[in-house]
Design a protein around this ligand. Structure first.
Ligand code: ADE
Length: 421
């Protein structure tokens, strides 16, 4: 296996982004391989604001595979982790680190144990697709450490077996997950439609909505929809194939009105499928509905689509604005209706790219309190405010795909102990 001493530790560290679907994935045709019943399209979010960072270490001194997530040891015995580890080990290549005097032959990887540490730079429990970033990062980092030669597309089919939407986090910008036809899932892979620089004016604002309700997991929800919703079959066979073509065209030509129309319609149909499921599933709450009304009212009063909204399997709103100016106007409207609760400062209520606050002309809580009602609600319903109903906002943009972090200081595992720092 290598080296004279048995005390070495070899590591790789990488960071991978999360993503949000604008054409939704809902429903599997194969539960074990995680094969979907329709194509989906997503935007990859800026890893500076929403990403997973993972270090994978190998050493002859490790006695078993172990993993720590956000500092806490977790079990790797679940099928999803085991699938990813098995598929990457199968494809491992020879690895040599001349400086450290380490050589690992490809056949040795099956016998060697790994220590994995991962950290999400956003709250794991906030319902922001942390498993998409997490499994994309795990597969990417394992592949780098083990010198796997497969292309990103093939790696995406492995990430898919950890968490379906993780395959889309293997690329930056706009990404399509093609459902594929093969029984073994080898053609159910992600492809990049356009990089993040293709349409870099877009601004994304996420409203992390306070929720005490225990949500139905996506896995359970999807299964129940496949079993009981007639609308889901119609959606997958008839609606999505056309929408995917239209969305690809909208992305190619940077047609914001079409992107917004398709994004909102697809989110609404996904939630209609949830209601069409027996028993019905409610992912959105009153706050989610108020955000939809805010956007719809504004779009209608302008006579053109200013902003798009989309909601995954939870109450958080993901809002897409065509540029920083419109994002500033959106933030004014959101903060007017959902001001920071009394104890929180404006700076800690807006995470990510805080410069959107300047775009909105807002520097303090006082500026938010002084905001006039938006023109479209003046003189109509008395403007209600809901402090505390949004936990915080994250302002972000499109981002790039996974990348290796070569600075050893960024490793999450100590080379001395082989355990998290
Ligand atoms: N699930 C949620 N976050 C994760 C991460 N960073 N790595 C692996 N699985 C995860």
């Amino acid at each position: 296996m290598a080296a004279e001493t048995q005390s070495w530790v070899l590591m790789a560290t990488a960071r991978a982004p999360t993503n949000i679907a604008v054409i939704k994935y809902w429903g599997k045709r194969d539960e074990a391989l995680i094969l979907p019943i329709n194509d989906s399209i997503s935007v990859t979010l800026d890893p500076d604001h929403l990403s997973a960072t993972t270090t994978v270490a190998v050493s002859p001194s490790f006695k078993q595979d172990r993993m720590w997530l956000n500092g806490k040891e977790i079990s790797l015995s679940g099928g999803r982790y085991q699938n990813c580890l098995r598929e990457i080990r199968k494809r491992a290549g020879d690895v040599e680190d001349e400086k450290k005097g380490i050589r690992i032959k490809k056949e040795d990887w099956e016998k060697m144990h790994l220590h994995i540490a991962s950290y999400n730079n956003f709250p794991t429990a906030a319902g922001l697709a942390s498993s998409a970033a997490g499994f994309a990062c795990l597969v990417f980092t394992l592949a780098k450490l083990m010198n796997v030669k497969e292309e990103h597309g093939d790696l995406s089919a492995i990430a898919r077996q950890g968490s379906g939407s993780a395959c889309r986090s293997m690329y930056g910008g706009f990404v399509k997950w093609t459902m594929g036809n093969d029984a073994d899932g080898s053609d159910s892979i992600a492809v990049q439609l356009a990089s993040n620089t293709h349409w870099d004016d877009l601004v994304i604002i996420i409203a992390v909505v306070s929720s005490k309700q225990k949500e139905t997991s996506s896995t359970t929800g999807m299964r129940e929809s496949v079993e009981t919703s007639p609308l889901l079959e119609y959606r997958a066979k008839t609606v999505v194939p056309n929408r995917v073509l239209q969305m690809e065209e909208a992305i190619k030509s940077r047609d914001f009105a079409s992107l917004a129309r398709l994004t909102c319609a697809d989110s609404n149909q996904f939630h209609a499928v949830c209601l069409d499921t027996s028993p019905p599933i409610f992912y959105m709450n009153d706050t989610s509905h108020r955000i939809i009304s805010l956007v719809e009212r504004w779009n209608r009063s302008e006579g053109s689509l200013q902003v798009a909204y989309t909601f995954d399997a939870g109450p958080n709103a993901v809002l897409i604005a065509p540029n920083r100016k419109v994002a500033g106007l959106l933030l004014q409207r959101l903060l007017f209706q959902f001001p920071p609760p009394p104890e929180s400062e404006l700076a800690s209520y807006i995470l990510g790219d805080k410069s959107i606050l300047h775009e909105a002309g807002l520097q303090s809580r006082k500026d938010v309190e002084d905001l006039p009602p938006p023109v479209e609600i003046k003189d109509k319903v008395p403007s209600q405010k809901f402090p505390g109903d949004v936990s915080y906002f994250i302002c972000t943009r499109l981002g790039s795909g996974p990348r290796l972090l070569t600075d050893e200081n960024q490793a999450l595992i100590s080379p001395e102990t082989g355990c998290p720092k």
